[in-house]
Design a protein around this ligand. Structure first.
Ligand code: FES
Length: 137
């Protein structure tokens, strides 16, 4: 597994996303309240682009007429048929044991650390004082 520099940290603001291609794979990076979360941009149902989906929260109910809304912006809803996936785990909320989208580890690294291996950054210009999002693929 290698680590790839995919964006400057200030390039994806909270609530925003960026689609990148790493080793031929379309990967979408989300900034969820300062956490960078990465998933494959391909819905496991029929291949819809999750990058084009709507960010929603988690709705739970313990009975008719009662519901609780939490985790705002942590669930991506596929634009094609509405399947929803937890950005932190990649799991479908309806069928978490059998249905999930591939997720990747994403982190922030300083430019000074990027000059050390084993990062791959040959297609992305970095400066030592900057901060960058790094994805493991
Ligand atoms: S392709 Fe995503 S829900 Fe059908």
């Amino acid at each position: 597994m290698s680590r790839y520099v995919v964006a400057r940290s200030d390039e994806i603001q909270a609530g925003q996303r960026k689609l990148v291609t790493v080793r031929g794979k379309p990967i979408v990076i989300f900034n969820v309240n300062g956490d960078y979360l990465a998933i494959l941009d391909r819905c496991p149902h029929q291949g819809g682009s999750l990058c084009k989906g709507k960010l929603v929260g988690l709705v739970e109910s313990d009975g008719p007429g009662r519901y609780r809304y939490s985790r705002k912006g942590e669930i991506i809803r596929c634009p094609w048929h509405g399947w929803e996936f937890d950005l932190r785990t990649g799991k479908s909320y309806c069928d978490p044991a059998r249905t999930w989208v591939k997720s990747y580890s994403a982190s922030i690294e300083t430019g000074s650390k990027l000059v050390q291996r084993p990062f791959v950054a040959e297609t992305f210009k970095v400066i030592e004082k900057g901060e960058y999002i790094v994805v493991e693929v």
